[in-house]
Design a protein around this ligand. Sequence first.
Ligand code: SAH
Length: 350
Amino acid sequence: MEQTILQSFDLEELKALMVSLGEKPFRAKQIYEWLHQKLVCEVDEMTNLPASLREKLKTAYVVRPVTTVDCLSSKLDGTKKFLFKLYDGAVIESVLMKYHYGNSVCISSQVGCRMGCRFCASTIGGLERNLETGEMLSQIYEIERMTGERVSHVVVMGSGEPLDNYDNFLKFVRMLSDENGQNLSQRNITASTCGLVERIRDLAKEKLQITLAISLHAPNDEKRKALMPVANKYTIAEIIEACRYYEEMTGRRITFEYSLVKGQNDSAQDAKELAGVLRGLNCHVNLIPVNPIKERSFEATEGPDAAHFQFLLEKNHINATIRRRLGADIDAACGQLRRRYLETEKEGST
Ligand code: SAH
């Protein structure tokens, strides 16, 4: 019998489910609290439900959609990387990072990815499938259970393109910030996109308070196309226009991510051109020296050169920071741990 993930139901859907099972609607709120506040992973832990309802739930529903296969801890900064198995055997990864302001979790939104960015390990095997809302939420819950720590910030920057899994992603934001669940402030949620223009506009209309991060990585379309196939579909000008709309609708400052790749997008001319592109937008640039993956030959821009790039942006009135590299000793770059795991599994079976 096919199983359904109970964490993917929002409160209204759970109420409808209760009615369809011949139960009282108030049971929905009880179940929702067990799943999204108390973070139980067994139906029998829901002790205020009648045994008959628990039996019904046990036969048809999954309540632990994500289980830990491996966890690596950085000795440098306490970053923890989790490798999770999903109920159908797929594997994904999430990262817990400790900052002075709290604990931040980076989650995946898809198994694999179909966007094809050249420097990214997550996209090498293509897209396997979308993650359900309950699978996105459960990455956070599993980390809270495993570490006993409360998560205060969430970034959707792991494997996958969240706006390519739009409906599940939107529901994820709503449920994560629902007062009946984790009640996480939307201001503490960041979603990163390679720039799917129509979806950015759709998201703007939702008037959420989340931070939108755009993976720009180049100052012009030609250079962007060399790094990101999605640049063949949308121009930088279209993306910037959609960002202005997002800012107008939500009042939120936009973040731009810019992976510095030696000799490709890190010259003084690139910095000046980038500043020109972003002029007049309420934004911040996150510079990330590219994390080299073994499948490709990209090299990172070196420290002093990255600092000079930042200096040039700031001189041209664009806020910029160089992202501190966390978990350097545990393969924390997007999709690298998962790839390593999949490769060893393959070797093991041949
Ligand atoms: N699909 C979304 C979110 C996932 S990737 C997006 O494109 O934004 C999260 C961020 O990590 C993106 O900015 C992506 O370009 C960047 N990234 C992926 N692999 C990287 C690597 N090897 N080095 C540096 N940044 C990388």
